[in-house]
Design a protein around this ligand. Structure first.
Ligand SMILES: NC(=O)c1ccc[n+]([C@@H]2O[C@H](COP(=O)([O-])OP(=O)(O)OC[C@H]3O[C@@H](n4cnc5c(N)ncnc54)[C@H](O)[C@@H]3O)[C@@H](O)[C@H]2O)c1
Length: 333
């Protein structure tokens, strides 16, 4: 299943699981807005052909095919394997407990690349096995730890490395809705921005959404001994995903998951002579809305030009290992 458009070959796509992140988050949004979903991003990009989808719920499958102009639908990925189709890219957007089976089956279909929703699977052992299997099969694996594709965050990483904010002193993060579900986003982002981190102490877990995935506060440290404190909110109250980075030259705060950034710089105090303080700062719109478009661009360039993937099976596994350690420590409390 391969199409052609704009006189260059399109890459064929199969989407597995037709819910929110597959496409529903973009339904009803103006076409001029940046897409938040797999279908929305592949469609808008123009270098991909949405050829088929898998969804057990027939009504949802037909609505998805209609909304995104997809000609072929299956109720299970096993049926795709039986029918002998081939795709360049397989997006796994099914519920997390289905990922291990869907990834395993996707591998048997021999795509060029699998774009898997996070977390890769529900267990480190399964993720480790499947990441290794992708590597051995020469099938690229990228995982939607979306902030790795966010241009603001890519620039921030370069700014931190170039010392544009001075020395990093400490980090505070706030999250809810599960250490693996959302905590893995936080720990993956921290790996990207501050490098390896190890657990110092774990706090009391709360069950705020998924029965098997508690939200756990954790105190970590970077390899330079910089403290990283991750605290929890309750998913029943409101969604929260924030990060505050304290530098010698100012404080940078990610709000609303990266939709906004508050930047405060140091100035001389006008009240207390000889003191330095933070200015009022500015609240800028972030570039999180561009993350999905950047992800599919990264996918296209990795397949056609060998570009480096911004988010890999290995980086996702590292975040998941840390999540599992946090969870194990919390069980012993
Ligand atoms: N990267 C992000 O920020 C982000 C955001 C939202 C969701 N996610 C991840 O995406 C995945 C899906 O989440 P969602 O919110 O879109 O869920 P959803 O419930 O909206 O959609 C999942 C869909 O998969 C279908 N499904 C169930 N079993 C299936 C199977 N065996 N094969 C194929 N389809 C099957 C369901 O019927 C449903 O339509 C989860 O792993 C979640 O963690 C990631």
């Amino acid at each position: 299943m391969t199409g052609a458009c704009f006189d260059m070959p399109q890459l064929s796509v199969l989407i597995v699981g037709c819910g929110n992140i597959a496409g529903a988050f973009d339904l009803g949004r103006p076409a001029s807005e940046l897409p938040y979903t797999h279908a929305g991003a592949f469609k808008r990009d123009g270098r991909f052909s949405l050829d088929a989808c898998v969804e057990p719920d027939e009504k949802r499958r037909l609505a998805f095919m209609d909304a995104w102009g997809i000609s072929t639908g299956f109720s299970s990925i096993d049926d795709v394997a039986d029918a002998g189709y081939h795709f360049d890219i397989i997006s796994i957007c099914s519920p997390t407990p289905c990922h291990a089976h869907d990834l395993e089956t996707a591998l048997s279909l021999k795509p060029k690349l699998i774009f898997c929703e996070k977390p890769v699977t529900t267990s480190v052992l399964e993720t480790e096995r499947l990441v290794e299997k992708c590597r051995k099969s020469n099938i690229l694996l990228t995982v939607n730890y979306s902030r790795r594709f966010d241009p603001y965050i890519v620039k921030l990483k370069a700014d931190i490395e170039a010392g544009r904010w001075g020395q990093l002193r400490s980090v505070v993060g706030i999250y809810n809705k599960g250490i693996l579900n959302n905590g893995s986003h936080m720990l993956d982002l921290l790996h990207l921005l501050v490098g390896q981190i190890k657990i110092v102490k774990v706090g009391q877990p709360i069950q705020d959404f998924f029965p098997d995935d508690p939200t756990v506060p954790v105190w970590l440290e970077t390899s330079q001994g910089i403290p990283v404190h991750i605290v929890s909110g309750h998913a029943g109250d409101f969604a929260i995903f924030e990060l505050q980075l304290v530098f010698s030259l100012g404080v940078l705060t990610m709000e609303d998951g990266g939709m906004f950034w508050r930047e405060r710089r140091t100035i001389n105090s006008t009240t207390f002579k000889g003191y330095r303080m933070l200015d009022e700062g500015i609240r800028r719109a972030g570039e999180y809305p561009a993350a999905m478009s950047k992800a599919v661009d990264n996918i296209y360039r990795s397949i056609t030009q060998g570009a480096t993937l911004a988010s890999t099976g290995e980086s996702s596994l590292a975040a998941q290992k840390l999540c599992e350690q946090v969870k194990e420590f919390s069980i012993t409390l």
